[in-house]
Design a protein around this ligand. Structure first.
Ligand SMILES: Nc1nc2c(ncn2[C@@H]2O[C@H](COP(=O)(O)OP(=O)(O)O[C@H]3O[C@H](CO)[C@@H](O)[C@H](O)[C@@H]3O)[C@@H](O)[C@H]2O)c(=O)[nH]1
Ligand SMILES: [Mg+2]
Length: 239
């Protein structure tokens, strides 16, 4: 009996090479675990032809499993989730990256933990238990650790990985938290989890291994880091 449905929001920017494999892995994982699913691809006009690949995947898997909801230009990661959510039909939403840094094989663990404690949110953590980061250089590791340290000391949300973006939400919970969230870029994930905590939602953590992408480049730039620091400050003064 499968009444629950899981909608994956998959933001893409130049992920032509990664998309077919991540979709294949997702389909396999959901099928093997007997879960009802769909993927909403939010592509921001990638110049590398990501959308052509997405259309081919719709032909292979069917339009009820793969939805392509593009935007005209690169408008940022945070607003990509807001955009994708409008089209999701599942009662649970999974947010993840399209470049295998978030492996679909962790999804059954997220689902099981959510069910066990009837959690509102399950978030992947690189900074607890068996979790970890592989393939990042020292600078990127320091940026991530520093970002988490800043959020933890200033906002104290009692979450070991505030900037991670592999998460499972009850759909109404995500809708509520997203409606209160103001940031537009990478800082969005941190703001979401801090606000969710302040709203009193039940949050669980699953240790995950984050492996740096094989194909393509990260889109995290210096501007995102500045936006992040501003985001922590805004939350500090508003929550
Ligand atoms: N639609 C859209 N997608 C985007 C955009 N920017 C990035 N993406 C997509 O968002 C995902 C993550 O982007 P990456 O560029 O691969 O991020 P990262 O450097 O690996 O950063 C990861 O770690 C950060 C810090 O923990 C996380 O905050 C971030 O979400 C991600 O998991 C990828 O699927 C990428 O294509 C955008 O402006 N628009
Ligand atoms: Mg990445």
């Amino acid at each position: 009996m499968a009444t629950d449905k899981y909608s994956v929001l998959l933001p893409t920017y130049n992920e032509r090479k990664n998309l077919p494999i991540i979709i294949w892995l997702l389909a396999k994982t959901f099928k093997e675990n007997n879960l009802d699913w769909e993927v909403v691809i939010v592509d921001d006009g990638s110049p590398d032809g990501t959308q052509d690949v997405a259309k081919q995947l719709i032909d292979v898997y069917g339009a009820d499993q793969i939805l392509l909801k593009p935007r005209a230009g690169k408008l940022g990661l945070g607003t990509a989730y807001v955009h994708g959510l409008q089209y999701a039909t599942g009662n649970f939403i999974i947010i993840m990256d399209a470049d295998f840094s978030h492996h679909p094989s962790a999804i059954p663990e997220f689902v099981a933990l959510q069910k066990k404690d009837n959690l509102d949110i399950v978030t992947g953590t690189r900074y607890r238990g068996d979790g970890g980061v592989y393939g990042w250089d020292l600078k990127r590791k320091l940026v991530s650790r520093g970002a988490n340290f800043l959020a933890t000391t200033v906002l104290n949300p009692n979450i070991s990985d505030c900037t991670g973006s592999f998460r499972l939400y009850k759909k109404p919970v995500l809708e509520k938290v997203i409606s209160e969230t103001k940031s537009k870029g990478y800082v969005f994930q941190m703001e979401m989890i801090v606000r969710a905590r302040a709203m009193g939602y039940a949050i669980g953590e699953v240790p995950i291994s984050f492996v740096d992408r094989v194909y393509g480049e990260s889109k995290l730039g210096g501007d995102e880091i500045v936006q992040y620091a501003k985001g922590v400050w805004n939350l500090f003064t508003s929550i």
